[in-house]
Design a protein around this ligand. Sequence first.
Ligand code: SF4
Ligand code: F3S
Length: 92
Amino acid sequence: MAHIVTEPCIGCKNTVCVTVCPVDCFHEDERALWIDPEECIDCGACIPECPVEAIFDEGDVPEKWMAYIQMNADKAPHLPVITERKEPLKES
Ligand code: SF4
Ligand code: F3S
């Protein structure tokens, strides 16, 4: 199991989530963040931080966003880690 970033993050990228992750498992591309499921320890700290409710426990991902489980696993390992907050792409 892991935690999963889903569609609301795309184009938002608030980045406050990275400040609470104890294992620095958020990775970023130009439009969104992705969690490496091999690194996430399922602490749950990031869920309440995200203002657009983009992060779910793998077991709670809404049906319409199930593809994001595989997308996080595929993308995160190939992208740089982000550990500090940045200017969001848009207000949320
Ligand atoms: Fe990081 Fe915990 Fe969120 Fe996993 S659940 S991404 S370890 S803050
Ligand atoms: Fe994205 Fe929410 Fe983090 S918008 S960058 S998952 S705080």
